[in-house]
Write a protein that binds this ligand. Structure first.
Ligand code: SF4
Length: 358
């Protein structure tokens, strides 16, 4: 039986040094390889290694660099949505957004998602597997390499529920923060959960000063459970209780994400209930004009209604903003590109590059 190839980007510096020694290579090669890996390079691109060494490495290992299977660039704001091939028949998505303060990447943490939110394209495609910390980091590396940029902010809001893949996501957070690597400040990272209460409790104990976002979407238990099955297990009162504890314990403000869906959760009654629930918490509500997803029956709330909702929250003492829609023309809602690629693959259509509109 063939020995499986080792993914070098998943090795610690010590383990990489041991691997290099085992191959009979001098120690400085380990440092050279680590430098290339941090740039998302393939073995062919490691030009300061002898050809023989590169060939040897390719027989024993992979670099973990992700192949870009497609990308779509917004003509409106330059947002780029990437589709990456994981090499095992699965695809994941990441989104690069440019702001005044720098570049922000929204990463996926799982291939698919098992949370089943009714408004989400990822839920429709089902859950396949967790991503490793190195696979999440590889999304950043591939984008930096492709665009020749550095990234300042990370948003864990792509496909998957980060707290359903806790250990690997924590690995990723620490690797992205590593001063010898990307050196991204914890304060510039945001983790978004649909409300996995035990995960929030654990995260609180880690004492990592990242921003926690919680997808709320409805202020009534019954309605929230219809929209988000996770709410049947972790009920709204328990979720808000742990969120409140989190803000008190960490002194950090929580962001509540609230997708504005026409005639579903955009009424004054919903706003008033949010004020009752959140009025005394250190928090902020981010209203999201949702992208329509085929087959969900949900539609974006009208702009006047969103503005009135935001004003009602503010007047009631709850800080609220309306999220600027990025990449409207490229369907930036999570999971839509991946879903299409998976459907195309199962129908035997080519994926390589056919999504690229550059
Ligand atoms: S919204 Fe997030 S948590 Fe819910 S199904 Fe989609 S990816 Fe999963």
């Amino acid at each position: 039986m063939d020995t499986p190839l080792i993914n070098l980007s998943e090795l610690s510096p010590e383990a990489l040094a041991a691997f290099v020694k085992e191959l009979g290579l001098p120690a400085f090669r380990g440092k050279q390889i680590a430098g290339w890996l941090s740039q998302g390079a393939t073995f062919d691109e490691m030009t300061n290694l002898p050809l023989e060494t590169r060939k040897l490495l390719a027989t024993k290992a992979t670099t973990g660099a992700l192949r870009i299977a497609g990308k779509l660039q917004s003509a409106i704001d330059g947002t780029i949505k990437y589709l990456f091939d994981l090499g095992d028949g699965n695809f994941i998505e990441s989104v690069l957004m440019k702001y005044k303060y720098g570049y922000s990447v929204c990463v996926s943490t799982q291939a698919g998602c098992r949370m089943g939110c009714t408004f989400c394209a990822s839920a429709k495609a089902g859950f396949v597997r967790n991503l490793t910390g190195a696979e999440i980091l590889a999304q950043l590396r591939a984008i930096c390499k492709d665009q020749k940029i550095s990234i300042s902010h990370i948003v864990m809001m792509g496909v998957g529920e980060p707290l359903d893949n806790y250990e690997n996501v924590l690995d990723f957070i620490r690797m992205a923060h590593d001063p010898n690597g990307m050196n991204i400040s914890y304060r510039k990272m945001s983790l978004s959960t649909c409300g996995v209460v035990p995960g929030i409790e654990r995260l609180m104990e880690e004492n990592i000063p990242l921003t926690l976002s919680v997808s709320l979407h409805a202020p009534f238990q019954e309605q929230r459970a219809q929209m988000m099955p996770v709410a049947r297990k972790y009920k709204l009162d328990k979720l808000l209780e742990i969120c409140n504890t989190y803000t008190v314990r960490t002194g950090r403000r929580i962001t509540f994400e609230y997708a504005m869906i026409r005639d579903v959760n955009d009424s004054p009654k919903h706003a008033d209930e949010l004020i009752r629930l959140l009025g005394s918490m250190l928090c902020h509500v981010n209203l999201i004009p949702v992208n329509a997803v085929d087959g969900t029956g949900y539609h974006k709330a009208e702009r006047e209604r969103i503005d009135a909702f935001r004003k009602r929250l503010e007047d009631g003492g709850v800080a609220a903003t309306v999220r600027r829609a990025m990449g409207r023309d490229i369907e930036a809602a999570c999971g839509q590109l991946r879903r299409k690629a998976m459907e195309d693959r199962s129908e035997g259509k080519a994926t390589d590059g056919d999504l690229c509109k550059e």
